[in-house]
Design a protein around this ligand. Structure first.
Ligand SMILES: Cc1cc2nc3c(=O)[nH]c(=O)nc-3n(C[C@H](O)[C@H](O)[C@H](O)COP(=O)(O)OP(=O)(O)OC[C@H]3O[C@@H](n4cnc5c(N)ncnc54)[C@H](O)[C@@H]3O)c2cc1C
Length: 397
C-alpha cells in the first residue's frame, strides 16, 4: 500500500490531491494506493474574494465551500489539525491523537497572518486578509467622509503581492465616485525601493499612482503603530499620520513545519525551485546543490520559500508538478512530460480601478510584461472569481 498524505486543503492541497487521485485511479481501485487530505477546518476558502468584500461587491458566504465537495471521490478527507510531522518515522501526528503514516508527503499548509506581531495592529489597522476584517474595512470606508488614508505593508512576503496596490487604486476610484476625492489625501507606503517587487510591474504601476494622485513613499515598510497619535512608524523611522489606516499584516508559514524542524522561524519551507521537494535545513551560505532534498516530501503554494508570489496561481501551476512526481514515485517510474519540473509559472490579474485591470504572467526566466490596463483584464478577473469553484481546485483549467 502506497499512502500519499497531503497536508492542507487550500488551492494547492486540493488540486494536488485531485490530480494524484486521477493518476493513481487504477491503483486506488485495487487497494494498492490511498490519497488522504488533512485539513484543520474542512472548509475551503476562496481568499481572493476577501478583497471584494472590502470593496463592497462580494458576500462572505459565497467564498467558502465544504472541502469534501471539491475532492475527487477517491480522496479521503480527515478534518483535524496537523500537530507534528515526524520525518524519521514517516508519520504525521494529528490533534485528535490519530497518526497517519505516509510513503509520499505533500505540505500545502499555506501562510498565516500574524497581526499580533505589531502592537495596536488589531485596534488601529484595517486589512482584507480575512472575511471578517474585510467586512470591518467596508464599514470603515462607508463611514469615511474625508481625511487621510494610509495604505501600508508590514513585512514581505505576504499573500498576493498586487493586492495592496489594487486596494489603493480601487479605493481611489470609489472615493471619486462618492465625491470624496477632493477631501481625501491618499498615501501608499511601499516597503522596498520601488512600487512593486518586480521591476516591470513597478514601471507599469508607478505612473498609475501619479495619475491618481496617490502619494507613493518608498522604503517605508510599516514597523509600528502609535495608536495615541494615530501615526504609522516605518522601519526607516519616518512617521506617517493617518485618519484611516489599511495595512497588510505580517505573514508567516504554518507553525507545525517550524515545530517539526522542517523550516526556520519564518515558517517558509526550504523548497527546490524545480522539483518542489523540501530541502533539508542547512547552514546559511551552503551552496544550493549541496543541500539534501527529502526524496518523498514536497511543498507547494504559500508554504514554500520560493522567491515567487504567494498566490493561488502559483499553487495552481505547481500542483501538476507535485502530482506528476508523487504519482511517478508510487508507480515506480521517472517523472515525465511537461509537468516533470516546475518552471516558476505564475499568472495573476491586477486591478487598477475604474473597471480596468492588467495581467501578470511570468516564470523564472521571463519577467512579466503587463499589457496596457483595460476593461478586458478586469472582466477576466471577475469571470475567474465566479468560475473558480468549478475549475481550479477540480483541475479543469
Ligand atoms: C485578499 C487576498 C487576495 C488574494 N488575491 C489573489 C489573486 O488575485 N490571485 C491569486 O492567485 N492569489 C490571490 N491570493 C492568494 C491566495 O489566496 C493564496 O496564495 C492561496 O490560497 C495559497 O494556497 P495554498 O494552498 O498554499 O494555501 P491556502 O489556500 O491558504 O490553504 C492552506 C490550508 O492549510 C490548512 N492548514 C494550515 N495549517 C494546518 C494544520 N496545522 N493542520 C491542518 N490544516 C492546516 C488551512 O486550514 C488551509 O485550508 C489572495 C489572498 C488574499 C488573502
Amino acid at each position: 500500500m502506497q499512502r500519499v498524505v497531503i497536508l492542507g486543503g487550500g488551492v494547492g492541497g486540493t488540486l494536488t490531491a485531485n490530480l494524484v487521485a486521477r493518476k493513481l485511479k487504477a491503483r486506488i481501485a485495487k487497494g494498492e494506493a490511498k490519497v488522504t487530505v488533512v485539513d484543520a477546518t474542512g472548509k475551503h476558502a476562496y481568499q481572493p474574494g476577501y478583497m471584494y468584500i472590502a470593496m463592497g461587491n462580494e458576500r462572505p458566504e459565497k467564498l467558502v465551500k465544504p472541502e469534501k465537495s471539491l475532492l475527487d471521490a477517491n480522496v479521503d478527507l480527515v478534518v483535524d489539525e496537523v500537530r507534528r510531522i515526524d520525518v524519521a518515522g514517516s508519520r504525521v501526528e494529528l490533534g485528535s491523537g490519530e497518526v497517519l503514516v505516509y510513503e509520499q508527503l505533500v505540505i500545502a499548509t499555506g501562510s498565516r497572518i500574524v497581526p499580533e506581531a505589531i502592537e495596536h495592529f488589531d485596534e488601529e489597522a484595517h486589512h482584507f486578509y480575512t472575511a471578517e476584517a474585510s467586512a470591518k474595512l467596508r464599514r470603515a470606508l462607508d463611514a469615511f467622509t474625508g481625511g487621510k488614508i494610509v495604505i501600508g505593508i508590514a513585512g514581505i512576503p505576504y499573500k498576493c503581492p498586487p493586492a495592496p496596490l489594487e486596494v489603493a487604486f480601487l479605493v481611489e476610484s470609489e472615493l471619486r465616485e462618492r465625491g470624496l476625492r477632493e477631501k481625501t489625501e491618499l498615501q501608499f507606503l511601499s516597503p522596498i525601493n520601488r512600487a512593486f517587487t518586480i521591476e516591470s510591474v513597478s514601471e507599469m504601476a508607478t505612473p498609475i499612482f501619479a495619475e491618481k494622485g496617490i502619494d507613493l513613499q518608498l522604503l517605508a515598510g510599516v514597523d509600528s503603530i502609535d495608536a495615541e497619535r494615530k501615526v504609522v512608524v516605518t522601519d526607516a523611522m519616518e512617521e506617517y499620520p493617518y485618519d484611516l489606516l489599511i495595512c497588510v499584516p505580517p505573514h508567516k508559514g504554518a507553525q507545525v513545519v517550524v515545530d517539526s524542524g522542517l523550516a526556520p522561524k519564518s515558517g517558509w519551507l526550504p523548497t527546490d525551485r524545480h522539483t518542489l521537494q523540501v530541502k533539508k535545513m542547512a547552514a546559511s551560505g551552503t551552496k544550493d546543490e549541496e543541500i539534501e532534498r527529502y526524496p518523498n516530501i514536497y511543498a507547494l503554494g504559500d508554504a514554500t520559500d520560493l522567491p515567487l508570489s504567494k498566490a493561488g496561481s502559483t499553487a495552481h501551476f505547481e500542483a501538476p508538478i507535485v502530482a506528476e512526481r508523487v504519482a511517478a514515485a508510487v508507480l515506480g517510474r521517472k517523472p515525465s512530460g511537461k509537468h516533470a519540473l516546475y518552471t516558476g509559472k505564475v499568472m495573476c490579474f491586477f486591478e487598477v480601478g475604474d473597471g480596468k485591470g492588467t495581467l501578470l504572467s511570468f516564470d523564472y526566466d521571463n519577467p512579466p510584461k503587463p499589457p496596457k490596463p483595460g476593461k478586458l483584464w478586469h472582466l477576466g478577473k471577475m469571470v475567474f472569481n465566479k468560475t473558480y469553484w468549478q475549475t481550479v481546485p477540480k483541475g479543469r483549467v
